[in-house]
Design a protein around this ligand. Structure first.
Ligand SMILES: Cc1cc2nc3c(=O)[nH]c(=O)nc-3n(C[C@H](O)[C@H](O)[C@H](O)COP(=O)(O)O)c2cc1C
Length: 146
């Protein structure tokens, strides 16, 4: 099964750290949606969409490409965030539903965050994603790509 992860990671590179770790350990290709905007989905069975959370949403560069998914693909969501919520990932689940793709689930973890007041205290979640969170992301990937 060939896998592509489309990502954007402009706050602190937290999501990029996570997806690069996964790509080092599995046969996964990465597509940086902040550098390119035309993706060829041909040949990929499994597509991941990965982003930092931005007021509860994935970065638009990522969701714009998700909206162009051809029907029939298997899809998953990855995110890093300041404070987790069970709603994160739902946006990708909804896009998968209306593009006739199959949503396999989500993995999210903490990411270094210096937004707004957090900046005054030097940020929160320093050193996240951690080694253990990245191992959990790999376990998630293994569970959906069998
Ligand atoms: C403008 C802005 C909005 C954010 N909104 C949220 C949010 O709604 N929920 C959350 O948990 N984290 C939020 N964060 C924290 C980021 O999602 C978190 O730092 C994430 O790891 C950034 O990922 P990146 O470095 O890959 O861009 C926000 C950060 C910024 C700068």
């Amino acid at each position: 099964m060939k896998t592509l992860i489309i990502y954007a990671s402009h706050h602190h590179g937290n999501t990029e750290k996570l997806v690069k770790h996964m790509a080092e350990n599995y046969d996964i290709e990465l597509f940086n949606a902040e550098k390119e905007d035309k993706v060829d989905y041909d040949g990929y069975d499994l597509i991941g969409f990965a982003s930092g959370m931005d007021f509860g949403k994935f970065y638009p560069q990522v969701t714009d490409l998700a909206e162009k998914l051809p029907a029939g693909k298997k899809v998953f969501a990855l995110y890093t965030c300041g404070m987790d919520s069970s709603n994160y990932g739902r946006q990708i689940e909804e896009i998968a539903a209306h593009t006739d793709c199959k949503y396999l689930g989500k993995f999210g973890c903490k990411g270094y965050d210096t937004y707004g007041p957090w900046k005054l205290i030097g940020g929160i979640n320093k050193a996240h994603p951690s080694e253990s969170e990245m191992a959990d992301a790999c376990a998630f990937y293994e569970s959906i790509s069998k």
